[in-house]
Write a protein that binds this ligand. Structure first.
Ligand code: TYD
Length: 208
């Protein structure tokens, strides 16, 4: 943590409803008079938007991105994001809500792509100069159910087989178990209101 703000990340596999909950929390905190910055990875900066296109395009003629190149591109996106968006906002006293952060790299690039967790964590720690969230909400749900919610053509990671999606879910849950102080795991198969009530109760406690 740096500055006087509060850094919160939302994590989970695709289709669990992170974006909806980020928006609810933004509205709630803004209403309460807090300055709130909402952002996301990949793509929270202009450089990140370009990296996002490289990472997620599913063009039939594009060569596969190698696991290590993929890991470094997500880390590069995160480095720019931490430097340009997250740190300045925290230093200005804002609450920063990010839709994905370091734990996504652990879940997808380590658990999913089967690269070493230590390496992936070290890469992100170096990229961000050790900037970690104070609170992380993990929206957890069975991938077959969450993927059924997705609309539009699947991107490159959403096109990975069920075994990959299962590994990413397990990767997130393992992270949460390893850092119970930072994480709150919320059952994302509940209604939007029930998920939100769990988050609201917790953030009230964090801010009190
Ligand atoms: P996201 O923006 O959540 O996708 P959408 O626009 O469909 O909601 O994330 C894009 C994809 O990037 C997602 O499948 C997860 C993946 N990802 C990683 O593999 N590693 C990372 O470090 C991050 C931040 C995302």
């Amino acid at each position: 943590m740096s500055g006087t703000g509060l850094f919160v990340s939302f994590e989970g596999i695709d289709g669990v409803g992170k974006t909806t909950q980020v928006e609810r929390l933004r509205a709630y905190l803004t209403e309460a008079g807090r300055s709130v910055v909402v952002t996301r990875e990949p793509g929270g900066t202009p450089l990140g938007t370009a990296i996002r296109q490289l990472l997620l395009s599913n063009a039939a003629d594009s060569a596969p991105v190698s696991p290590r190149a993929e890991a470094m591109l997500y880390a590069a996106d995160r480095a720019q994001h931490a430097h340009d968006v997250i740190r300045p906002a925290l230093e200005a006293g804002s609450v920063v809500l990010t839709d994905r952060y370091v734990d996504s790299s652990i879940a997808y690039q380590s658990a999913g792509r089967q690269l070493s967790e230590d390496d992936i964590l070290m890469l992100s720690m170096w990229a961000t100069e050790n900037l970690m969230p104070a609170r992380t909400y993990l929206l957890d749900m069975d991938p077959s159910a969450s993927h059924a919610r997705l609309t539009g053509a699947p991107d490159r990671l959403e096109s990975e087989p069920d075994s990959f999606q299962e590994r990413t879910r397990a990767g997130f849950l393992a992270r949460a178990a390893a850092e119970p102080q930072r994480f709150r795991v919320v059952d994302a198969s509940q209604s939007i209101d029930d998920v939100w009530n769990a988050i609201r109760a917790d953030i009230d406690m964090v801010l009190s």
